[in-house]
Every structure is written in structure tokens, then in C-alpha cells.
Design a protein around this ligand. Structure first.
Ligand code: HEC
Length: 267
């Protein structure tokens, strides 16, 4: 019975993994996001970037401004620095643009970003902001290595500068994968006709106001904030977990002492 259940479960897993693996097309190597959700200064910088550059189009409906006191900010600081649209401190992070307009302008509505970090994962998000490149063929003038034909323009381009796509061809997928792994950065391996393969990556076309390293820090802070926003309570769980462990270890000392006392007469 149990065996049958396990076999069925395994079969279901293999089936669901099947189509993705079998499409054989593109393989993407993401850079790990260098983030730390216990770093309040990074979270504060990320929140600032988020309200300045993202809330024009996206909302974060499950996040209230006053919750940002979690990050070590006072309500005054939140009002003065992070509320840019006249919202009240208890309001959620909503957006003025009606969804229908947004869809008409960009071809796709900008989704609510409250739990986006849980949908896509932090590495995906980090690389999404490294992966924009200029593309004349797209309606916005932008394309993205991580999200092909994305409807969102590269809203941070003044800071990052602009990138262009660089494609290198290899005689087969094996060689291309070797080169992709050796690159140790965001790259995509695409299958070409005739068994050949290409490695795609982005390279600077025009520099921005920030250096490449500064821009990466900005993006890491932004993703760190989005990770916090996706699960604000997690930091409290980490501290609660520690308190419970300390409590249990104190309890253990007493329990052990009690056991010793009870069994003393028996021996
Ligand atoms: C000018 C409007 C605009 C701004 C500003 C903007 N976005 Fe977007 N964003 C969009 C649109 C439109 C889409 C939907 C694109 C699509 O599905 O093709 C999108 C999609 C996304 C996605 C992918 C969603 C998914 O999982 O499919 C993420 C992540 C994202 N935006 C994050 C951000 C962040 C973070 C910022 C701030 C740095 C930001 N966006 C600023 C318009 C915007």
C-alpha cells in the first residue's frame, strides 16, 4: 500500500518535471542573490528604492506603511521618507494607476509585488534586474535575459546604464554549458538548429550614474526588501525560535535535577 503510494507520487513528480526538461531549449544560470534579511540598513535602502521606482506602477497591497517600523524606522521617518503619494501611515502600499490603463499601456498589467519574492525566488529577482538589455524589436525598447519579451521597461537604467545582448556560438550543447558554467555570471544557453548552441549574456553599452558594483548593491538591497515583504513575520519567528530553545534548555536542567532527586532513594 505504502509502496504503491510512493510510486504514484514519484510518477507524478517525474511527469510534472517532464515537459520542462524535455523542451530541451533554454537553460539559465542565475547568480546567487547576496542578501541578508537581518540587515536592517540594507532593508531600509531597499524600501526606499522600492517606493521611489516601483510603486508608480506596482502595488504591494498586503504591506502597510506602518509595518516598516520592523526595519528600525520611526513612524515619522516613514512618513517623511517613504510615503510619496500622500497615503496615511496605516494605508497599504497601493498604486494610483488603474489596472486596465496599465494593461493597455504595457500589454500586461504590472502584478502586485507583495509576495513576488515567494513566487519567483530571490535569485530570479536579483538576476531579473541584471538581465535587462536594449532591443529595438520590442515595444518598450527593452528585453530581458531572465524574462524574455517582458512588458516592463528597465526603470533603473539611469543608474545601471544600458546593456546589449552578446551571443557566442558553440558547436554543441556540451561545449556551451562548459563555457556558461566557467563564466560564473548570469548567462543563458540556447539550443540552435543543427545541434549547435549559443551562450547569451549582457555587456555594458553605455555606463550609468552608478558603477557596476554600486548598482549590484542597490539591486541586492531591493531584493532583500522584497524578500522581507513576502514574509515580514519571518524575522520574528527567528527570534522566537531562539527564545523557545533557551527556555527548553533551562527546563531541561530542572527536569534532570528532579529526576535525580526522585531516583536517589531507589538505588
Ligand atoms: C512603468 C511601470 C513599471 C514600473 C515603474 C515597474 N514595473 Fe515591474 N512590471 C511592469 C509591467 C507592465 C510588468 C508586467 C510585464 C509582463 O508580464 O510582461 C512588470 C513586471 C514585473 C515583474 C515580473 C512579475 C512576474 O512575476 O511576472 C517584477 C518582479 C517586477 N515587475 C518588479 C518591479 C520592481 C521591483 C520595480 C521597481 C524597481 C518595478 N517592477 C517597476 C511595469 C513596471
Amino acid at each position: 500500500m505504502m509502496n504503491k503510494l510512493i510510486t504514484t507520487l514519484l510518477a507524478a513528480l517525474v511527469l510534472s518535471a517532464g515537459p520542462a526538461a524535455a523542451s530541451g531549449g533554454d537553460d539559465i544560470l542565475l547568480e546567487p542573490a547576496p542578501i541578508n534579511r537581518l540587515d536592517n540598513e540594507s532593508l531600509q535602502r531597499g524600501a526606499r528604492t522600492f517606493v521611489n521606482y516601483c510603486l508608480n506602477c506596482h502595488s504591494a497591497r498586503y504591506m502597510r506603511y506602518n509595518r516598516l517600523t520592523d526595519l528600525g524606522l520611526t513612524e515619522e521617518q516613514i512618513k517623511d521618507n517613504l510615503i510619496l503619494n500622500g497615503a496615511k501611515i496605516r494605508d497599504p502600499m497601493t498604486v494610483a494607476m488603474p489596472a486596465a490603463d496599465a494593461k493597455a499601456w504595457f500589454g500586461a498589467p504590472p502584478p502586485d509585488l507583495s509576495v513576488e519574492s515567494r513566487v519567483r525566488g530571490v535569485d530570479w529577482l536579483y538576476n531579473y534586474f541584471l538581465g535587462f538589455y536594449q532591443d529595438e524589436k520590442s515595444a518598450t525598447g527593452w528585453n530581458n535575459l531572465v524574462f524574455p519579451n517582458v512588458g516592463m521597461p528597465h526603470v533603473l537604467w539611469e543608474l545601471s546604464g544600458t546593456n546589449r545582448l552578446v551571443t557566442t556560438e558553440y558547436k554543441d550543447g556540451h561545449e556551451a554549458h562548459g563555457a556558461a558554467i566557467a563564466a560564473k555570471r548570469l548567462v543563458k544557453v540556447a539550443a540552435l538548429p543543427g545541434g549547435k548552441a549559443a551562450v547569451e549574456t549582457v555587456a555594458v553599452a553605455t555606463p550609468g550614474t552608478m558603477t557596476a558594483a554600486e548598482y549590484r548593491t542597490l539591486v541586492a538591497d531591493l531584493v532583500n526588501y522584497m524578500d522581507y515583504m513576502g514574509e515580514p513575520i519571518k524575522n520574528q519567528r527567528i527570534s522566537l525560535g531562539l527564545i523557545v530553545l533557551i527556555y527548553l534548555s533551562i527546563l531541561f536542567v530542572f527536569a534532570y535535577w528532579l529526576k535525580k532527586t526522585y531516583w536517589k532513594d531507589v538505588h
